[in-house]
Ligand binder design. Structure first.
Ligand code: ZN
Length: 347
């Protein structure tokens, strides 16, 4: 019953079911893969199956008291740390709090499950504290670390964990997940096109006003060179709809930049004669008319957009980063002229 909640991750599902069936449960797991593809959801499903008192061999029964408690997150032996999309840092206090609870064993041999979401956001002190538990896990304890950027997890921590790799989903699977969440087919389809195989990202985009917002920001972005960069930057940062929470504002700006990067990639592909694949044909057409069919140029724009998204994550003000980007592009585009011929090497 529970594993059926996971869509499009046959590899992890197979591995975890096998672990449950054979009873060979590792002390530490590292669930790694892109954001929003079901890692945390799977971790909770696996945790439930580990804690279940029912008859199931490789899944939870979803009916016993342990399952019900785990599902509503009140099971005393299920500990979740660092959960959330906007988590900037997992701190040592949170790790220590769980370790304290782990040390109060409720029963001899009782299973305990710790899920560390955003394990790639643990600071070094937190990671080193957690390492102690990974090195000598209390009997019956299983730690599941969830990370989109495993290289940010300390090597010493990584090497103590059994890796479980998650992948981006096929667009059809993303659409199916979204329809399962109650979205209309048309909206689910449009979001699935934007979400790069990640249902979680699709839902985050929806909360930010996509898919409609995608076209708005793309058109605004293409005003570079004929409107005030500061005004464009303010609009790209969300204008009046800008989230008041700083972490949210950062995330919204990053999604906007990823969306623009997507546009730049499409323009690059279309510049060498390929077909834009993702329903952005109109905007891509406008982009090419304004700034030319020049794959190198679009490649640079793409890189600059992604760099800016990175900068914004590193605590720089959203406005400053966007304005820097727009000023750079304005200068670059002006120096190249409004619509140069395609570079001869590519045609
Ligand atoms: Zn159960």
């Amino acid at each position: 019953v529970s594993f059926e909640e996971i869509v499009g991750q046959p590899g992890p599902e197979r591995a975890l079911r096998a672990a449950l069936r054979t009873g060979r449960i590792a002390g530490g797991y590292l669930f790694l893969g892109p954001r929003g593809v079901g890692k945390l959801r799977t971790a909770l499903v696996f945790a439930r199956a580990l804690l279940c008192d029912g008859p199931g061999e490789e899944d939870s029964c979803d009916a016993c008291r342990a399952c019900r408690r785990a599902r509503s997150r009140v099971h005393p032996c299920l500990h979740v740390v660092g959960e959330g999309d906007g988590v900037a840092e997992v701190k040592v206090e949170e790790v220590r709090a769980v370790q304290d609870r782990l040390s109060l064993k409720p029963m001899e041999g009782a299973r305990q499950v710790v899920v560390v979401d955003n394990a790639d956001r643990m600071n070094e002190v937190a990671a080193n504290a957690l390492l102690k538990t990974l090195e000598e896990p209390p009997p019956g304890a299983t730690l599941i670390l969830v990370a989109a950027e495993p290289l940010r997890v300390l090597e010493t921590v990584r090497s103590r964990c059994h890796p479980v790799r998650f992948r981006s989903l096929a667009r059809e699977s993303v659409r199916a997940v979204l329809e399962g969440e109650g979205l209309a087919a048309e909206e689910a389809d449009a979001l699935a096109r934007l979400a790069g195989g990640s249902p979680g990202r699709a839902l985050a985009l929806r909360a930010l006003g996509f898919p409609q917002r995608g076209e708005t920001v793309a058109r605004r972005f293409l005003d570079v060179g004929r409107a005030d960069p500061a005004e464009i930057a303010a609009d790209l940062a969300g204008g009046e709809d800008r989230p008041s929470n700083r972490a949210e504002a950062r995330r919204a700006a990053r999604e906007t930049l990823f969306h623009l990067a997507h546009l730049a990639r499409e323009a690059m592909v279309a510049s060498v004669g390929g077909d834009p694949r993702t329903g952005t044909e109109d905007v891509v057409g406008t982009a090419l008319r304004r700034f030319g069919r020049n794959p190198d140029r679009w490649g640079k724009v793409l890189r600059r957009l992604l760099e800016t998204a990175d900068t914004i994550r590193a605590n720089v003000s959203v406005e400053t980063a966007l304005l820097d980007l727009l000023l750079d592009l304005e200068t670059a585009w002006k120096s190249l002229g409004p619509n140069p011929p395609p570079s001869p090497s590519r045609t």
